[in-house]
Design a protein around this ligand. Structure first.
Ligand code: GCV
Length: 674
């Protein structure tokens, strides 16, 4: 085995923590997912008790752990209010009955989730204080997006190569099974197995060349209650068939898809659906034929509908051939401009997948205004677990605090309190085809995520999707105790380190929401003007007087895409949240921030502080030698060295850049290169 078990590396329980019921699992349910639940129980207990346990299929006299499916189970009144049947069918409860424990799920999928939760709590030693434990998942869909390419590379992958593909072959081995166990254990219920950028060769995934092997994945996923989905190329009828166009309203095109999908479901009856990146960064789409994204998505949706499939359609649509001289065209506006007018025109089995911000997973962005705009459309929030712009799993950047902020953002879509969390979970508008998707950060590295600490983001994504009420600290501590060490000495260092790492990263990165300033294409390390005169629409507009993009009504008008009061708040330099100041305004270097500091002094200070914070994290990590597994210790130690070098490079490049632009010296006379 050349991979770790991450948070499923169950440790032996101390004798005094073992209950006799643990040795007597009873399964009162049938079906392959229920069998998986029992198998997971056995595997975990073998480690935790140090001996194998037999599963019994009838009620026992002795105290037992009873796993059952009860479709009628009625959850407490206050918990089920406003919950859809879709969510309730994913819900479970764990309670004590005399000396036994009952794990009861409304469905087999829910039971499996209940068993994972039970095992987690036993391992964390907090089971009994939490009983009765009732879990009603926050998000109906909790989806992973892989950007794995079939040649075995991973677009924006920072932890080795794909464990799904190599050289246009599909891989299937014990690692695949470990992977799916990890996913199911954190509540994932849908996985897209290939990159959204589907190039010609990759389109063959939907053909007989690969379908039987894809079926093997789909069947494995299904045993864990997870649906398999696939990214498809909108021009597949042209690339694979002899149809001369991909016009969604062309009958030949529709027929091509109908045939392809009918065959797909013949081979894989439990197939989940398609993910589509269309008219974006060179990918084909309906625009070529003067059609809308609703025309494109609905065409596929109608074809998939008879089989129960869904279409997840990305809103990451913008002009990537922009002229930097043009100050009116604003990439930030693009998603809203393209999709807002289509609200209410998408079929029921279409979900729009919307990136958290209007640009592209920067260290700081405002929340996409589409979440406050769309009301009659199924929506899904897309976040990036893979740390493309947030340190590439070299630098530590625990992203749960960022995602928590995004989920808690009040869109005012239906007045005060319409948070993103409520919108994408379906609570505001009553949708059930909705939820959250994460671009996954895994690869075939031994520890799955390159940096061992980056696995906290993976774990946290799933836990948050199941329960958005969990705090970033709770998730960090849980992950640390399950994956690194249960000792307080370790969690007391690791939890605050994780929780402060996004803020530290932001300090030495591009300032106050302006984003970018990264090395083009690679997106690691600084290059302040790297994208400034390029075609991607990602400008900071720094000159000798100031920096930032005017997105007010005098500028690009982007602020108008927000509901009030955000529109007015963002438009006003004095009221605009400072962490987003340069996203919304072109600000003079001598502008005074709320701290009393000038903008330029703030930039200098935060860049020095960022490096100091990395040095501190590095020193703290050094104290854990011998307290966490050696392999993890060494891996993270080496990453911190690289992070420190990166932070210094960011500090010096950014500070020098601005010093050269404005000529204003650092008030504290620290070293700024000239
Ligand atoms: C998969 C950014 C990334 C691309 C990615 C794209 C997307 O532009 O740099 O690698 O492509 O986002 O989300 O589609």
């Amino acid at each position: 085995m050349n991979y770790t078990k991450c948070w499923l590396d169950y440790k032996k329980l101390p004798e005094e923590k073992i209950r006799s019921s643990y040795s007597h699992p009873v399964l009162l349910a049938s079906g392959e997912i229920a069998e998986t639940a029992a198998k997971e129980y056995q595997m975990a207990m073998k480690e935790m008790l140090g001996e194998s346990v037999e599963v019994c299929y009838e009620i026992m006299e002795e105290p037992s752990v009873c796993m059952e499916v009860d479709p009628e189970y009625s959850f407490p009144e206050e918990k089920v209010k406003n919950q859809s049947e879709v969510i309730l069918n994913q819900s479970f409860v764990i309670y004590e009955e005399e000396e036994s424990v009952i794990i009861s799920g409304r469905t087999e999928e829910a039971l499996l989730q209940g068993v994972f939760a039970f095992l987690r709590m036993v391992q964390l030693d907090n089971l009994w204080e939490n009983l009765p434990y009732c879990c009603i998942p926050s998000m109906p869909l909790r989806m992973m997006n892989h950007w794995d390419d079939m040649d075995g590379s991973i677009e924006r992958g920072y932890s080795g190569r794909s464990f799904f593909y190599d050289n246009y072959e599909i891989l299937y081995n014990d690692r695949t099974e470990m992977y799916i166990r990890l996913m199911a254990s954190i509540g994932i219920n849908a996985i897209v197995i290939n990159n959204v950028n589907v190039h010609e060769k990759e389109t063959y995934l939907i053909t007989d060349v690969y379908l039987n092997q894809v079926k093997q994945y789909a069947d494995l996923f299904a045993r864990y209650g997870i649906k398999l989905l696939m990214s498809v190329n909108f021009a597949a009828p042209m690339e694979l068939g002899d149809v001369p166009v991909s016009d969604p309203l062309d009958t030949e095109v529709v027929k091509w898809w109908e045939k392809a999908v009918a065959h797909l479901y013949e081979v894989i009856p439990n197939f989940g659906g398609f993910l589509v990146k269309a008219d974006s960064e060179g990918r084909p789409g309906p625009f070529t034929y003067g059609r809308t994204h609703a025309d494109g998505a609905n065409m596929l949706a109608k074809v998939l509908k008879p089989y129960g499939g869904i279409v997840v359609w990305r809103c990451f649509v913008y002009n990537c051939g922009q002229d930097w001289r043009d100050k009116k065209t604003d990439r930030a506006r693009a998603a809203y401009d393209h999709f807002m007018d289509l609200d209410g025109t998408f079929d029921e089995n279409v979900i729009l997948q919307i990136k958290n911000g209007p640009m592209d997973f920067q260290v700081r962005e405002p929340v996409s205004p589409l979440f406050g705009g769309l009301k009659k459309t199924n929506m899904m929030l897309e976040v990036q677990i893979a740390q493309e712009y947030t340190g590439q799993q070299i630098d530590l950047c625990y992203l749960i605090p960022m995602w928590k902020e995004i989920l808690a953002f009040d869109t005012y879509g239906e007045g005060e309190g319409t948070t993103v969390d409520k919108v994408v979970s379906g609570k505001t508008y009553g949708q059930t085809n909705c939820g959250i998707a994460g671009v996954i950060n895994t690869g075939d590295d031994e520890n799955w995520t390159g940096n061992d600490l980056a696995a906290a983001n993976l774990y946290g994504f799933g836990r948050l999707a199941m329960d958005t009420g969990l705090t970033a600290e709770e998730i960090a501590t849980e992950w640390c105790r399950l994956s690194l060490s249960d000792s307080d000495d370790v969690t007391e260092v690791v939890t605050p380190m994780l929780c402060g790492s996004w803020a530290a990263y932001e300090k030495y990165n591009a300032p106050l929401g302006i984003g970018w300033m990264v090395t083009p294409h690679y997106h690691y390390g600084p290059d302040v003007d790297g994208y400034e005169y390029d075609r991607w629409g990602t400008y900071h507009r720094a000159d000798l007087h100031g920096i930032g993009v005017d997105r007010t009504m005098k500028g690009t008008g982007y602020v108008s895409q927000y509901n009030e009061p955000w529109c007015s708040i963002y438009a006003d330099m004095e009221q605009c949240p400072e962490e987003l100041l340069l996203f919304f305004h072109h600000v003079p270097y001598n502008y005074r921030l709320k701290t009393g500091k000038t903008l330029i002094q703030h930039i200098y200070d935060t860049h020095f502080e960022g490096v100091e914070e990395v040095e501190k994290m590095q020193q703290q990590w050094a104290t854990l030698k011998g307290k966490v597994p050696d392999r993890a210790f060494e891996c993270v130690e080496e990453r911190f060295e690289r992070q420190l070098a990166n932070a210094k490079e960011w500090r010096d490049r950014v500070n020098t850049y601005f010093y050269r632009k404005c000529g204003i010296p650092d008030e504290k006379n620290r070293k700024i290169y000239e």
